[in-house]
Design a protein around this ligand. Sequence first.
Ligand SMILES: [Zn+2]
Length: 485
Amino acid sequence: MKTQVRGKVNFIKHTILGVMFGAISFTANAHVGTHLEGGEASIVTLKLRDYTVGLRHLISEGYDIAGVDVEHHTVDVVIGKGVMAELRALELGSIVNTKNIDPQVAPDSGYTTYTELTAILNDYRSRFPGIVSVQSIGKSHEGRDIWAVKISDNVEVEENEPVVFFNAMHHAREVMTTEIALDIIDQLTNSYASNSRTQNWVNSNAIWVVPMVNPDGNNKVWTANNMWRKNTREGYGVDINRNYPYAWGTCNGSSGSSYSDTYRGPSAGSEPETQAMMSLVGRIKPVLSISYHSYSELVIYPYGCDGEHTPDRETIEGVGRQLASRLPKDGSSGSYDPGTSWELLYAVDGGDIDWYYNEHHVLPYVIEVNSTSQGFQPPFSWRQKTVEKNRAGWSFMIDRLSQSGVRAHVSVGGKLADAGTVTLTSVSQGAQSTDAGRVYTVKADGTFHIVVEPGMYKLTVAAGGQSETREIMVGGERRDLVFNL
Ligand SMILES: [Zn+2]
C-alpha cells in the first residue's frame, strides 16, 4: 500500500474539508512527518543552539518531533522529501545526523501486530483463568476492540483493592511500548505460582493493562507507513494523546491542523479511543498509572502546560524521581530524566496524564522508553533488554501501592459510603508541604487511597452529612483505616 501523498491538491482538499467541518485553522506546513511522500523520508538529528527555544520553534512550525536527547540537547525530526532546506533555513542548530528511512517498510516482524495481540491475550486468559480477565473497553474508529487486561486474584469479582494502571501505544509507531505491556502481563501470570512477591502483588491489588490504545494506527504502521503516530480518523487522524478534555487545546500544546502529527481533534474527547480510556479510568479509578511511549528516556508527570504544576507537586515529583532513578539510560551513564513535559520538552495539552490526575486524582506518569539511537523501531533483538530494564519501573509502581499513603473504607450508618470528601493537611513539623489542605473524593465503592510522603497528617472524612477528623502518622508503609461515620 502507498503512504499518503502529501501534495498541493491534497492539501487544498483537506483545507476545504476542514472548513466544511467547521474545525480548524490550518497552517500550511509542507513538512509534516507522518504524511510522508511515497517512500522518501529522513530522521534528522539537530543539535539545538538553544534547546528550549529550538524545540518550541520546531513545534510551532509543525515539525514532527520523534524524540530528544535531553543531555546532549539534540532533537530528532521526521521530515519528508525536499524539506531539508527548509529545516536548515530555520538556523536552530547544526545537523549532526541524517538517517534515510523508507516509511513503507513494515517493522521487524517480531513486534506484535493487533491480530497477534488479540490471540496472545486470549491465550493468557485461557491459561490463567483465575487471575486474568480480558475485556473490550470500546471500539476504535475502524471497529477494532481495544483490549484491557485485569490481573488480580478472584479476577471476576470487584474486591475494592488498590488499582494500578499501565497502558501503551497511544502513538502507533511506538511499537516497543506494547512489548513492555505484554511483558508486564507475562511476568505477573507466569511467575504467579512460584514467586511470592508476584503472588502478593496480584492477590492484594488489581493490575490493569491496556497494551494497545491505538489499534487502527498500529495497523497503518504495519501496512502503509511505519512513521504513523495518530489514529486514522477521516484518513488524516487525530493524536489521541492531545485529545483528552483537560486543558484541551489551551496552551499551544497541540495543533488545530488535521495535517499535524499533534492534531488535537475536532473537539475535546472526540475520539473513540480516548473515550474508551476515559471510561475505563473512571470505572477502575487507579491510584497510580504509567503510560508508555517512545522515545527519549524520560519520566513525565503533570501538568503539561508551560509553568504549571499540580497541587500534589511534592508527592508527584517524589514518586517521579524514584521511578526515573530505577531506569538506567542505554546510551550514557545516569538514569531517565524526570520532569513535566514543559520542563523536559515543550508544552502538551490534552494529554492523558493531565486528565487522569485532574479528573480522578491518579498519580500518573509517562515513560518515554528507548534512546535516540534506538528510535521507534529498533531491531527486535532489543526487545528482551528493554522489557527487562523496564521491570524495575512498573514493579516500583505496584510496590508503591503498599508504601507510604492512606487507604480507607468509609461507612455511613453501617453502609459503605458511595460519595464523600477527604481533606488532607500535612502537619509534619519542619516540612514545608505543598500538599496541605488537599481535597480528595471517596470512590463509589466507599474507599479512598491517597499516596503521600511519610509524615503527620490531619485527615477529615465527610460523607452522608457526617464527618470525622483524625491526626495520623504515615510511615514507610501504607496506613489502612476504617471510618464509621
Ligand atoms: Zn508517544
